[in-house]
Design a protein around this ligand. Structure first.
Ligand code: AMP
Length: 249
């Protein structure tokens, strides 16, 4: 069984991004970039499945600039066997990412794709669902537990009211939620070994995918700063303020 794990290079989750003064985007100059945290969880899960002897190969794939190779090296150091860089300097929207991944799934003959539930830069939460739709495969999104049993995959998923358990037939698409596992840190020897692993390169054009944008960002703005709260002496004053100042009653 072959597992494909898409990994995206995003602004590190510790960085507080600033909106550019013209509102056209966020300033990415000299900012620390890392693997999307949900994708780290996806790599960890795929590597654990392989370590249990339930998969033969884990292939990481990233769509982005040449710098996405760093993200792929991290996936290789965590235990992925091989990597594919789909190189482009353009912004690639979730639908185009899903189409590219569909092409890679076809070329690689992957049986399972484990993605993050969302990329923390644009918070789209769309790619896994679109990929499953394009492939016509079953999907288990927001997985907090994953068990393989022959060609069946049991996925426990986090939903508003609690937990839902699905039984999927392979091939399938799964997206990871925070509680699925705790990703390992790559050890120094594994980081060194990862340098020798292969990263194959291709492009969206070579995969026959048109990545022309379909969405237009009209503007970006910082959220309004919060004003400090106050303490009131009585319920009567609270009600009066909610009515006359906040206008919520
Ligand atoms: P999104 O739908 O953009 O929130 O992304 C969901 C997941 O799709 C991410 O966690 C990744 O696993 C995958 N993904 C999105 N964009 C890319 C990309 N450029 N390269 C590789 N994987 C991606």
């Amino acid at each position: 069984m072959k597992i494909l794990v898409p990994v995206k290079r995003v602004v590190d989750f510790n960085v507080k991004v600033r909106v550019k003064s013209d509102g056209s985007g966020v300033d990415l100059a000299n900012i620390k970039m890392s693997m999307n945290p949900f994708d780290e969880i996806a790599v960890e899960e795929a590597v654990r499945i392989k370590e249990r002897g339930e998969a033969d190969e884990v292939v990481a794939v990233s769509i982005g600039s040449a710098k996405s190779a760093d993200t792929l090296r991290t996936a290789l150091a965590m235990g992925a066997d091989r990597a594919i860089l789909v190189k482009t300097d353009a912004t690639v929207e979730p639908l185009a990412v899903a189409k590219i991944l569909k092409a890679v799934v076809g070329n690689e003959k992957a049986d399972l794709v484990i993605l993050g539930k969302q990329a923390i830069d644009d918070d789209c939460n769309q790619t896994g669902q679109m990929l499953a739709g394009l492939l016509g495969w079953p999907q288990g999104t927001f997985a907090s537990k994953l068990e393989l049993n022959g060609d069946k995959i049991r996925v426990v998923r986090e939903v508003d009211g609690g937990l839902e358990t699905l039984l999927l037939s392979r091939p399938a698409v799964v997206t990871t939620d925070l509680r699925l596992n705790e990703p390992r840190y790559a050890s120094l020897p594994n980081i060194m070994k990862a340098k020798k692993k292969t990263i194959d390169e291709t492009t969206p054009e070579a995969l026959g995918v048109d990545i022309a944008p379909r969405l237009k960002v009209l503007g970006l703005a910082e959220p309004k700063g919060r004003v400090a709260g106050i303490k009131v002496d009585s319920v009567a004053i609270l009600v009066e303020k909610l009515k006359n100042e906040a206008g919520v009653l």
